[in-house]
Design a binder for this molecule. Sequence first.
Ligand code: NAD
Length: 292
Amino acid sequence: MKIGFIGLGIMGKPMALNLIKAGHDLCVYDVAKANVSFMAAAGAQACTSSKAVAENCPLVITMLPNSPNVREAVLGTGGVLEGARSGTILIDMSSIAPQASQEIHAACAGKGVRMIDAPVSGGEPKAIDGTLSIMVGGAREDFEQVYDILMVMGASAIYCGTIGAGNTVKLANQVIVAVNIAAVSEAFLLASKAGVDPNLVFDAIKSGLAGSAVMNAKMPKILTRDYSPGFKIDLHIKDLGNALETGHAVGSPLPLTALVMEMFQTLHSDGCGQEDHSGLAKWYEKISGRQI
Ligand code: NAD
């Protein structure tokens, strides 16, 4: 099948490569020309706009940073809606505000374009393996129509409800990940300051109740002080901002999220916004004057 792919960053690139490996023809676009050239070398057809991608493909996937980027790529000048036909399916796999998904969906529907929101969890390693967890909102029949395509990129694709539901679930995911990294950093600093080797702490507790996928993925990075992204602090600030906005809108208090958000903001102000979110450990190291 001919598939359009817009947004070829840390996540989009390996996801697009897996679609090529599965035998699909890809038309690609990214505002960063180097990313388009990379995919062209891997066999994709390079396009010069999101509009051109949509003109060429009945199915378009977007994997962009946040709501304003998706609005620009879909609704803006030279965007998907300018090139799409009635019946085109748009799968937005970016993590954006659920309210933005609903607004963009309404604009798409005006042109007969069917949109689902399908954000992912798992990060770059699972994007490379094609084992992402995908959470989907939109019309169930649209989800069912693209299920096999989603399963090229993911180990699971779960239908969560009407448009925006995928991003609501993703916000819950991001709250759990952020608070978990903060808890792990706090606990490991405690053990380290009290004189226990943090490598031994990890070995001793990772298989018990405190163990988690977050600890397994992030503790090796914290212990080796490898803060290369991964998932950037600035993207997590974006997600927690969307979570707080949604929480306020529906009346759900998020005190822990608000606290971790301010820790991330401190790191951003300190020039660490492009580092991995496991860099939360540095916040604790800074206020305690000791390296984990
Ligand atoms: P990234 O910054 O590496 O890539 C985003 C890409 O979008 C860039 O190449 C950028 O040039 C391009 N772009 C921005 N605006 C554009 C536009 N208007 N038109 C065309 N291209 C445009 O980000 P990423 O890490 O790949 O994340 C993408 C999305 O996936 C985000 O919503 C993020 O929250 C989510 N996500 C990321 C991870 C992760 O571990 N990196 C994990 C799960 C979900």
